[in-house]
Write a protein of this length. Structure first.
Length: 473
């Protein structure tokens, strides 16, 4: 209990300091914002007046109206222009000074948070741990309830501190996106499983719906996607007293060339919804309760991933939040992963009537895998290490599919792709060792039908070959 009491006192002092600094920063920010808007309109008006005066003077010069009777008017206009320009310079300096003050305040806040985040988290964690121990060991039900309340409040406080620190990191551009291949369906399914107990306690139906066009393996920042969706699901459960919470995953605008899709993850509920007065500011930090800070962070995270988050009211009641992530790259499987289907594929099923495949790559392993896969089938494989020899062969004979290293295809400012496209209409499958998005495919003129990652997985080779060659007439 002594440890718990000491931790609470220390935490109380730290939070008072933190709160005061945040209040100062918010006040300075809104002062800067109001003065900036005020001076911005004044500067525009001054610039407009200077432009009008310049136009009048220019017109007078053109018309030769510098008669003695007009000299006094011209002198007056010149003086007026000089006064306006001085006022304009003064207003610009004011804006600069206020902006400098706001930046200094933001720097102080960031420095403070970077210094105290450990000091804040340590006592909070001590409180949570000790409260958890107390609630399990106390025999007195009432005291155990007190410990449970401390435990719950400690977790809420830790969550708030983490949100504030994350928000500050994003403002300082120190928030990094770390993308890697992830089973997106499993990621969202795990969130549903983690939150199911809370939904069941409230008698809610928590479900997940995945459109069939959503690829399972995508290249995203899994931690941030999980944090966003989990926060949305938790909010939906929190503000829904009866009915359901549903997570819907969908994909559209598949881009074969870029190997990407647009991903939407929607959290829909039958809860209380959001009042019209709060809808416009729902993503503003500190606009209403702790939920607004979480939604503000979520939206900024989405934007850092080149996406966005939107809100609309559900019909007849409830809320609909959507995380939209455009141009998400589909992860390609290779033989470094366990290709479970490799032993179950039968390449003799591919184009039994016969077909010709060309492989353009200097990687012996790739050439061997393709030749081995189609050995003793009706499909003939021709391999070439250089594009020049391959192009000579294309001029002589027709081919049904071309497998080509993506670097060769994009070399010489995509000139090779243009030559191939001019002499052959065969679908092209690129062979890649890195991500497709890292390659300049916008200028490629050939018909890109898909991509295979090296070292080639036989199951993936089978799928794409079956799709392309068996669709030929």
């Amino acid at each position: 209990m002594a440890i718990l009491k000491g931790g609470l006192m220390y935490l109380y002092d730290e939070l008072i300091i933190l709160g005061l600094i945040f209040i100062d920063v918010v006040i300075i920010f809104y002062i800067y914002k109001s003065f900036k808007n005020k001076y911005k309109s004044q500067i525009k008006e001054l610039q407009k007046q200077i432009a009008i005066s310049n136009k009048k003077e220019f017109t007078m010069i053109q018309e030769g109206r510098y008669a003695d009777t007009k000299k006094s008017f011209v002198v007056e206009q010149i003086k007026k222009m000089e006064a306006l320009e001085k006022e304009l310079a003064k207003q610009k300096k004011r804006v600069y000074d206020i902006k400098t003050i706001a930046k200094e305040a933001s720097d102080i806040k960031s420095k403070f948070l970077s210094n105290v985040k450990t000091e804040l988290r340590t006592p909070i964690n001590e409180i949570i741990i000790n409260a958890d121990i107390l609630k399990q060991e106390l025999q007195d039900t009432q005291k155990a309830d007190y410990a449970q309340n401390i435990f719950k409040a400690g977790n809420q406080l830790l969550e708030l501190v983490n949100k504030i620190i994350r928000s500050t990191n994003m403002q300082n551009n120190s928030f990094k996106i770390e993308e890697h291949a992830v089973d997106i369906v499993k990621l969202i399914s795990d969130i549903i499983d983690e939150e199911r107990n809370d939904a069941v306690k409230k008698g809610l139906q928590l479900s997940m719906q995945v459109d069939q066009n959503v690829p399972h393996s995508l290249i995203v920042d899994a931690k941030k996607v999980k944090e966003i969706v989990k926060n949305l699901v938790q909010n939906a459960i929190k503000f829904t007293n009866e009915g359901y919470v549903k997570v819907i995953m969908s994909a559209d605008q598949a881009n074969i060339l870029k190997n990407s899709i647009n991903l939407s993850i929607t959290v829909q509920d039958s809860g209380i919804g959001v009042e019209a007065i709060n809808q416009k500011k729902i993503f503003e930090a500190f606009s209403n309760e702790n939920i607004a800070l979480g939604l503000s962070i979520n939206k900024k995270m989405a934007q850092l991933m080149h996406g966005d988050m939107t809100f609309k009211n559900n019909t007849p009641k409830g809320s609909v939040f959507t995380l939209y992530l455009p141009s998400i790259e589909i992860a390609l499987n290779d033989s470094t992963l366990t290709c479970k289907d490799d032993t179950n594929v039968d390449f003799s099923l591919i184009r039994p009537s016969g077909a010709n495949i060309m492989v353009i790559d200097d990687d012996n392993r790739t050439k061997n895998v393709v030749q081995k896969s189609f050995y003793n089938t009706a499909v003939s494989v021709y391999v070439y290490e250089s594009a020049r020899k391959a192009i000579e062969k294309l001029k002589e004979s027709p081919f049904d599919m071309i497998l080509i290293d993506i670097d060769i295809l994009c070399s010489e400012h995509s000139a090779i792709s243009k030559v191939i496209a001019s002499i052959s209409d065969a679908p092209i499958v690129t062979l890649v060792t890195t991500r497709v998005k890292d390659k300049d495919l916008d200028s490629v003129k050939a018909d890109i039908a898909g991509h295979l990652k090296k070292p080639i997985c036989e199951a993936e080779l089978f799928k794409i070959s079956l799709q392309i060659l068996n669709s030929l007439k």
